[in-house]
Design a protein around this ligand. Structure first.
Ligand code: NAD
Length: 286
């Protein structure tokens, strides 16, 4: 069979109008000598709800799509609709990459490894540290999985919604053991016991000003990772830099999850440095 060189891909989610993913994937495809088209399937614009997801997958396959990225609010809802789930996606109960191949829909998750790759590259000596994870939603669970996979001694999970923190801990403990991940209700104490803190809440995003970690808890002893990437320089990132902390912005995760998705979709290696340079160009222009 001739080697596949043409790909039709898409992103399904709400509020994705400003997504940089189509530009990143199409450029990387072009650089790799492929004809790759990447469409936004904006659920708000097209009136797509969770109940329509089965039809979206079916029609994507019928219309010749080779894969879909899936984002908020569909990452969990898509799981039962798939023919195959990688073990990490099954652990997380969430999929951000669906490969459509030979009539089958294969669920993969590149969020956690994306965060972890970006973190390990930036702070290779901090992978085994104790960390506080603030925010236990979709991004939080992925980051927690990344932290524990890369060898974090302990992760304390904080969320303003206690049930969410609890659910995140139960999920991660099932995979990594309940001595390595616990709910924390006292943020100050948890930060005092840790070497690093991750913001996985939307606080700091455009339209969500502020920081999820109070300024008085941020000192040079800590590394700080923020998953928010719109903007890259969040209030927390600026504060942490000004206090002398080592900082990892949300851009690395955004790039690395796209690297992972490209590789799943095309079965070819992506050039992560090239994608990072393109992402930087795109964010400067945004
Ligand atoms: P979500 O709504 O599923 O979860 C957010 C969680 O944060 C909720 O559980 C909420 O209760 C909690 N929270 C909100 N404010 C809080 C506060 N002040 N203190 C403690 N907990 C608080 O959202 P999500 O899908 O997990 O996304 C979170 C952020 O991560 C968004 O800004 C999103 O853009 C970003 N994100 C970035 C990447 C990336 O590639 N860099 C990938 C995924 C998500």
């Amino acid at each position: 069979m001739a080697e596949q060189t043409s790909y039709l891909l898409g992103l399904v989610g709400q509020g994705i109008g400003a997504s940089l993913t189509p530009a990143m994937q199409e450029r990387e495809g072009h650089e790799a000598g492929l004809r790759l088209s990447y469409r936004l399937i904006d659920a708000d614009v097209r009136g797509i709800g969770v109940d329509d997801l089965r039809d979206v997958l079916l029609w994507a396959q019928r219309l010749g799509f080779d894969g879909l990225n899936v984002t908020h609010p569909f990452k969990q809802a898509v799981v039962p609709l798939l023919d195959d789930l990688s073990p990490d996606a099954a652990d997380l109960g969430a999929v951000n990459t669906v490969v459509l191949r030979d009539g089958r829909a294969l669920g993969r998750n590149t969020d956690w490894a994306g965060w972890s790759r970006a973190f390990t590259e930036a702070l290779p000596d901090a992978t085994a540290d104790r960390a506080v994870l603030v925010g236990a939603g979709g991004a939080g669970v992925a980051v927690g999985y990344g932290l524990l996979s890369q060898g974090a001694e302990h992760v304390a999970v904080v969320d303003s919604d206690h049930d969410r923190a609890e659910a995140c801990v139960v999920r991660l403990a099932k995979r990594f053991g309940d001595d390595r991940v616990t709910v924390a209700t006292d943020l100050e104490r948890a930060v005092g016991d840790a070497q690093g803190v991750v913001n996985a809440t939307p606080v700091g995003m455009l339209g969500h000003p502020g920081t999820s970690v109070p300024a008085e808890l941020v000192d040079e002893r800590l590394w700080v990772s923020d998953v928010v990437y719109f903007p890259l320089e969040t209030e927390l990132v600026r504060l942490a830099r000004s206090r002398g902390c080592r900082v990892v912005t949300g851009g690395g995760m955004a790039v690395q999850q796209a690297v992972g998705a490209f590789e799943h979709f095309t079965d070819r290696p992506a050039d992560a440095d090239r994608m990072a340079r393109h992402f930087a160009e795109l964010t400067r222009a945004a």
